[in-house]
Design a protein around this ligand. Sequence first.
Ligand code: 5GP
Length: 171
Amino acid sequence: MDLKSTIRVIEGFPKEGISFKDITTLLKDKDAFKCAIDELEKNIVGLGAEYIVGPEARGFMLGCALSYKMGLGFIPVRKKGKLPAETVSFSYEKEYGTDTIEIHKDAIKPGTKVVVIDDLLATGGTVEAVKNLLEKMGAEIVAFEFLIELTDLKGRDKLDGYKVDSLITYN
Ligand code: 5GP
């Protein structure tokens, strides 16, 4: 199935010069959504992952469907202050200022095998922060999965040495 044709591209969102890849049109299309989850599963089957980890908000949408399909648990990564129990956090530089992400402290034990999923890999800043947070906790990341990769931004370089897959690419 041609998944790319189900992505809606919005020019100038959220600001001038950005060509935003809107995945809501893929999610709304039951065949495309099923195909995407099935393809993501094929990429990670047999890797021994125990959990799927996804950052809010679009990482939840794909990550929860994938973990349900594979019979795995899902672990959310959230922006600072959203998780109710004790957390481990990691701060990172964004284009404007600093951002902090968090995960529940008891969610990951050293040696836990996880797959990280997000909707889109651009510069790799977000996923690098997730990687650093998980590794600080001793997780073993067996793969990074993305629905979309913007290849010109070379976010993949920040994940050197890891298995990295994307289903749809744009230059
Ligand atoms: P990065 O940190 O790799 O530069 O940006 C990736 C993050 O920003 C992802 O969490 C993704 O959800 C969000 N993002 C950036 N650009 C887009 C876009 O065009 N479409 C969507 N759906 N998400 C984007």
